[in-house]
Design a protein around this ligand. Structure first.
Ligand SMILES: CSC[C@H]1O[C@H](OP(=O)(O)O)[C@H](O)[C@@H]1O
Length: 362
């Protein structure tokens, strides 16, 4: 475990391949904002645990970590090419059980599977060795991470075209650099605005029960010098009513084919409030978060998490023992509340069914 004092983090990488030590270093996001600690992972089970326990979280970051987890799971494998291909698939199946909602997890694992198939499958060149295939899988995981950084910057460029200097922008949960390779999705325009001398005044919902907004969004924006005001989730309505918010932008864990959006619990409430106040509600995501195989939001599996996150979050009991608890980690915002979906290829508006499909075919 590598502990660094909390410092002026101009940029904090949530997922770091340590080529010197041949291991995966994951920023333990459970300890932010007080401590910057990197977990030093060498097995796929450690990656599975880190995803499950939200040491690493955020749809793209989960996919990137899982891709490295596949490599960790097969790098010491010795056996035939066919046996390695089978082992890659087994590792992907295992890592896919860590969390159910963020489609980037499955997108990244499918990409690792496809790479292995191309290297070791029936149509693969005979000269590919087990060793060269293992190295190629590490290269694929690193490519997924590098591409995500460029994707997030492009999302930021498109999103920024929707904002004006001095605007108030509300966001929910954390869809920032900590949730991706860099820049984030919903927070990407904030960082690009900073680069371009544009002032955006961000209102960050604390986002109960795990407080990704308070612990992560407020932290990373403050560290970067972005104007950020932390509010409780139940204050989103009043800051809109006061006219302090001109736009809402959030990330997402899965966009269904009809444009319904699964995101952190509480997002749906923010979307309804935005509609009531005539405020645009934007969703920022890479195309890897759009799942055309999931017809509607009703088909998106919603993770339910342990009751302790609500009754004794961060170790302090705040509810009676034995009380019934409902703790869905996500909710679904119907597409009619979504003003636009901002991707690396551009801004998509309704009708989402047609326009999301066009995104992949044009
Ligand atoms: C850029 S995806 C961020 C997305 O992931 C978060 O969920 P979690 O912290 O549980 O992984 C939240 O839904 C964010 O919008």
């Amino acid at each position: 475990m590598t502990t660094e004092q909390t410092k002026q983090a101009d940029w904090l990488q949530s997922v770091r391949w340590n080529s010197l030590e041949d291991r995966l270093d994951l920023l333990d996001q459970r300890l932010l904002p007080d401590e910057i600690v990197y977990l030093e992972l060498t097995t796929s089970k450690q990656v599975w645990d880190a995803i499950k326990q939200l040491a690493v979280r955020g749809a793209p970051a989960i996919g990137i970590a899982a891709a490295f987890g596949v490599y960790l799971g097969v790098r010491s494998f010795s056996g035939s090419r066919d046996a390695l291909l089978t082992e890659v698939s087994r590792q992907c199946d295992y890592l896919a059980t860590s969390r159910p909602t963020a489609v980037n997890l499955f997108w990244a694992l499918d990409r690792m599977r496809a790479r292995a198939e191309a290297l070791l499958g029936t149509a693969a060149p005979e000269e590919t060795t087990v060793e060269s295939a293992q190295q190629a899988l590490l290269d694929e995981a690193r490519a997924i991470q590098a591409e995500d950084e460029e994707t997030c910057r492009l999302i930021g460029e498109h999103a920024l075209s929707l904002f004006e200097d001095g605007m108030g922008v509300l966001t929910h949960c954390n869809a920032g650099g900590l949730a991706t390779a860099r820049y984030g999705t919903a927070l990407a325009p904030m960082y690009l605005a900073l680069e371009k001398g544009i002032t955006l005044k961000v209102f960050a919902d604390e986002t109960r029960p795990v407080l990704q907004g308070a612990r992560l969004t407020a932290f990373e924006l403050q560290q970067a010098g972005v104007d950020v005001t932390l509010i409780c989730d139940n204050m989103a309505g009043v800051v809109m009513a006061k006219g302090w918010v001109q736009a809402v932008i959030v990330g997402t864990d899965r966009v269904a084919a009809n444009g319904d959006v699964a995101n952190k619990i509480g997002t749906y409430s923010v979307a309804v409030l935005a509609k009531a106040h005539g405020i645009p509600f934007y969703v920022a995501c890479p195309m890897s978060t759009i799942d055309l195989n999931t017809p509607t939001g009703a088909d998106i599996p919603i993770e339910e998490r342990h009751e302790d996150e609500i009754t004794q979050g961060f170790g302090k009991r705040t509810a009676p023992q034995g009380v019934k608890v409902f703790n869905p980690a996500f909710d679904v915002t119907p597409n009619e509340y979504v003003t636009a979906i901002i991707t690396e290829k551009g801004i998509v508006r309704a009708p989402y069914g047609d326009n999301l499909r066009k995104l992949f075919t044009e």
